[in-house]
Design a protein around this ligand. Structure first.
Ligand code: GRF
Length: 213
């Protein structure tokens, strides 16, 4: 089994989607080996515990981005030994060193169609507030590999979701989670675990034969 570390900071509905998917159709030969939270009170840790997955807390209090990256590397190398790192609502910025070490092995989910409404400071409800302020008719979600540029790495999958008249940021967030995020993230993890993803010149290629196996 290919070992997956899932990094979280909050409610963990994307983690739950991965857990559910792994129980139903499997993760393409991957298993969630551990969950690491940047906050000790994250509900995602309870979801991990309920699923029998080992949880760790690594708070960033008083640490620089580089120091946090080093601690995270140590924790993962000593305790988890993951082949894939999934960011599922993880709110810490990862150091350039960490991104380099796990190049093309870190997957993030972002709740918009990148390159719209992404980058530094664009997280949580802020993304949906910006989309509504712009008056877009569709938004959606993007799963991508992580590099040192916030939300800048190669795109793996995207899914569009309609914006409705009268949507609030909360309503749009929920629709995007239900219709896009919770479907795309397990799908991308499955593709990775099956060895169906490759990156060339900053673009992701999907090997359809491997994807269907
Ligand atoms: C999701 O919208 C995700 O795309 C974003 O943060 C949110 C986390 O939600 N990066 P959850 O913790 O998975 O419920």
């Amino acid at each position: 089994m290919l070992r997956i570390a899932v990094l979280v900071s909050g409610g963990g509905t994307n983690l739950q989607a991965l857990i559910d998917s792994s129980e139903k159709e499997g993760l393409g030969g991957g298993e969630i080996a551990a969950v690491v939270s940047s906050r000790k009170d994250a509900y995602a840790l309870k979801r991990a515990e309920a699923a029998g997955i080992k949880g760790y807390v690594l708070s960033g209090k008083g640490l620089t981005t580089d120091e946090y990256g080093s601690r995270l590397c140590e924790l993962l190398e000593n305790e988890v030994k993951p082949e894939l790192v999934v960011l599922a609502g993880f709110l810490k910025v990862l150091s350039a060193g960490f991104c380099k070490k796990y190049e093309n092995r870190i997957i993030n989910i972002h709740p918009s169609l990148i390159p719209s409404f992404c980058g530094d400071g664009m997280y949580g409800l802020k993304v949906h507030e910006a989309a509504l302020a712009k008056g877009v008719r569709v938004s959606g979600a993007t799963v991508h590999f992580v590099d040192a540029v916030t939300d800048g790495g190669p795109i793996i999958l995207q899914k569009a979701v309609e914006v409705h008249e009268g949507d609030t940021p909360e309503v749009l967030q929920k629709r995007i989670m239900d219709e896009a995020e919770h479907i795309l993230l397990p799908r991308a993890v499955r593709l990775f675990c099956k060895g169906a993803l490759s990156v060339k010149d900053g673009r992701v290629f999907i090997d359809e034969n491997k994807a269907e196996e």
